[in-house]
Ligand binder design. Structure first.
Ligand SMILES: CC(C)(COP(=O)(O)OP(=O)(O)OC[C@H]1O[C@@H](n2cnc3c(N)ncnc32)[C@H](O)[C@@H]1OP(=O)(O)O)[C@@H](O)C(=O)NCCC(=O)NCCSC(=O)CC(=O)O
Length: 467
C-alpha cells in the first residue's frame, strides 16, 4: 500500500488574539533548554473520531473554532508564535517575538488514509504518519517554535499534529499548551454567547509561568552550553543534528500494559529479587519503571544485540518538583533531568533481565536530586560526546513522553482523542509512553522498529506479560 497522501487546503499563520501590533520581546533560554538546541522537534499526533464529518461541516464548524481558540491560547503563550534566533551580537540563542508573528497552521485533507487503521494499536508503516505532522521551518538563522497541522479524514474524523522545538518546550510544557488550547476551544463551544474576554481566561494550572529567574544559574551555564554547541557544529546555525531516515521498512505499534499486567509483572520481579537473596522493599517499581524495564529487555532482544554490547538506559524526569527550591508546576520551558547507566546486553537478556533493569531504573530515580539534576559543564560535554558516538555505550535506549501527561484528556469539545502518537520516535529511536486511553490506569508503549525486529518484539512483549 502506498503511503497516505494529503491535499493541502491552506497554510496560514495564526496570530495571538489581540496582541498589540507593537509588541516585541525576547525570552531567554536556560541551560535546561540548551540541552535540546539541535534536537529534532517532538511531533505529537492526536486523532479525533467523528464518523459523519464532511469537508463542509469540518470547515464551517470545527476549523473556525480551532483557529479562534488557538489565537486565544497564543495570547497566553506568546513565545510560541516567535522564533529561536542567535543574532551575531548575542552570546546565546533566545526566543524572539516580533509584531505580527504567528504559528504556522496547515489545513489538509487525507486522500485515502484509513483513520481506524492509523489510530489503532496494530502494525502500521511509519511513513504513513509523516504527511500528518507539520515540518516547522528551521533554517541556519531562525527556528519556528511550534507548527500545527489539522488533517481531515472525510467521514472518519480529524487529526491535530503539533511539532514542538525541544529547546523551548519539554513534554510537560507542550502537553500543557495542547490542554490549554483544548480547554479554550471547549469553552468557546460551551459559552458561544459570551464575549472573548471571559472565554480567554485559563485556569491557574494551565497558565504558563515564563519567569526565567526561577532557574538558578550562578555559573552562567547557559552561555557555556551555547558555546559548546557552537564548537560541536562549528557554526551558529540552528539546524538540527541529522537523524535516522524514516524508510519504508520501519513499522509502528502500540503495546498496552493493563493494570493487571502491571501488578503481575511487579509481583514476578519482587519474587525474582527475593530469590536472588535481596530485598524488594525499597525498590521503586512504578508503572513507568515496569513498562520501561519490560520494553528495554524486549528491545535488546529484538535488535539481536551481542552479549557484550554496552547498553545505555535510564530515566528522563520532570525536575520542576525536584529542584531546590522547586519550580512552579506551571513553569514553561524545559526542566528535564536525566540519570542513566551503562550495562552489558547479557544482563538485560538474561533470565531475570526485567528485574535487573527495573532495579537499575529504580536506582536512577532515587538518584534524581541535587548535583545529578543540576547542570554542569562536564555533564554537557559528556552528553555532546554521546551525540558524536563517543563513550562506552553502543546502544542507547531512550524514552519520549510520560504516563503522567494526561494526553488523552485533550478534549477540544468533540470528545477525547481516540489515539495519541509521538510520531518523532521514528527518527529518534526512542520508545514513547502515554497513559492508557481508556482511563484504566494502564500504560501505552509506542515502538518503531524494522518489520522483522517488530515481529520479535511483539511476541516477546506479549509472551513476557503472560508467563
Ligand atoms: C522520573 C519519573 C519518570 C518516574 O516516574 P514514576 O512514575 O516511576 O515515579 P513517580 O514518582 O512519578 O510516581 C510513582 C508513584 O507515585 C504515584 N503518583 C505520582 N504521581 C502521580 C500522578 N500524577 N497521578 C497518579 N499517581 C501518581 C503513583 O502511585 C506512582 O506509581 P504507579 O505509576 O505505579 O501508579 C517521573 O517522576 C517523571 O518525572 N515523569 C515525567 C517525565 C518527563 O517529563 N518526560 C518527558 C521528557 S521530554 C519528552 O519526552 C518530550 C515530550 O514528551 O514532548
Amino acid at each position: 500500500m502506498a503511503a497516505a497522501s494529503v491535499k493541502i487546503h491552506e497554510a496560514i499563520k495564526v496570530t495571538p488574539f489581540s496582541s498589540d501590533s507593537t509588541t516585541s520581546f525576547t525570552l531567554p533560554l536556560t541551560y535546561f533548554d540548551f540541552f535540546w538546541l539541535k534536537f529534532p522537534p517532538v511531533e505529537r499526533l492526536f486523532f479525533y473520531q467523528i464518523c459523519d464529518l464532511t469537508w463542509d461541516s469540518f470547515s464551517s464548524v470545527i476549523l473556525p473554532k480551532l483557529k479562534h481558540s488557538l489565537s486565544l491560547t497564543l495570547h497566553h503563550y506568546l513565545p510560541l508564535a516567535g522564533h529561536i534566533m542567535w543574532p551575531l551580537e548575542a552570546p546565546k540563542p533566545a526566543v524572539y517575538f516580533f509584531p505580527n508573528d504567528g504559528v504556522s497552521f496547515t489545513v489538509a485533507e487525507s486522500n485515502n488514509a484509513d483513520f481506524n487503521h492509523l489510530s489503532s494499536n496494530g502494525i502500521r508503516r511509519a511513513v504513513e504518519f509523516r504527511p500528518l505532522v507539520p515540518e516547522p521551518s528551521i533554517s541556519d538563522d531562525k527556528a519556528e517554535v511550534i507548527a500545527i497541522q489539522i488533517t481531515l479524514f472525510p467521514n472518519q474524523g480529524f487529526s491535530i499534529g503539533i511539532s514542538s522545538h525541544h529547546a523551548v518546550l519539554d513534554g510537560k510544557s507542550s502537553t500543557m499548551f495542547v490542554k490549554s488550547w483544548a480547554y479554550l476551544c471547549k469553552q468557546l463551544q460551551l459559552q458561544e454567547d459570551k464575549n472573548d474576554v471571559v472565554l480567554s481566561s485559563l485556569p491557574l494550572q494551565l497558565t504558563p509561568c515564563f519567569d526565567r529567574s526561577v532557574i538558578k544559574d550562578p555559573k552562567g551555564l547557559d552561555v557555556v552550553y551555547a558555546n559548546h554547541w557552537l564548537e560541536f557544529a562549528n557554526t551558529r546555525s540552528l539546524k538540527i543534528i541529522p537523524m535516522k531516515q524514516v524508510n519504508s521498512d520501519l513499522v509502528r505499534m502500540t503495546f498496552e500494559m493493563r493494570p493487571e499486567d502491571i501488578t503481575k509483572l511487579r509481583d514476578k520481579i519482587k519474587e525474582n529479587i527475593l530469590q536472588a537473596g535481596k530485598s524488594a522493599e525499597q525498590l521503586h517499581l512504578s508503572t513507568h519503571v515496569l513498562a520501561c524495564a519490560h520494553s528495554f529487555v524486549c528491545l535488546v532482544k529484538a535488535y539481536g544485540e551481542e552479549t557484550d554490547t554496552n547498553v545505555m538506559f535510564g530515566v528522563a524526569a520532570d525536575c520542576r518538583s525536584r529542584l531546590d527550591p522547586p519550580l512552579p508546576v506551571n513553569y514553561f520551558g524545559n526542566c528535564v533531568g536525566g540519570q542513566g547507566t551503562v550495562q552489558k546486553a547479557s544482563y538485560l537478556m538474561g533470565e531475570n533481565g526485567v528485574a535487573f533493569v527495573a532495579e537499575k531504573l529504580s536506582d536512577c530515580i532515587k538518584e534524581l536530586k541535587g548535583d545529578v539534576i543540576e547542570g554542569s559543564e562536564d555533564k554537557f560535554v559528556n552528553f555532546l560526546g554521546m551525540m558524536k558516538g563517543e563513550g562506552l555505550q553502543q546502544r542507547i535506549l531512550s524514552v519520549a513522553g510520560s504516563n503522567r501527561f494526561d494526553v488523552y484528556g485533550s478534549d477540544f469539545g468533540w470528545g477525547k482523542p481516540k489515539k495519541v502518537e509521538i510520531v518523532s520516535i521514528d527518527k529518534t529511536g526512542a520508545i514513547s509512553l502515554a497513559e492508557s486511553g481508556d482511563g484504566s490506569g494502564g500504560i501505552e508503549v509506542g515502538v518503531v522498529l524494522e518489520k522483522h525486529q517488530m515481529e520479535v518484539f511483539a511476541s516477546l512483549f506479549t509472551d513476557g506479560l503472560q508467563s
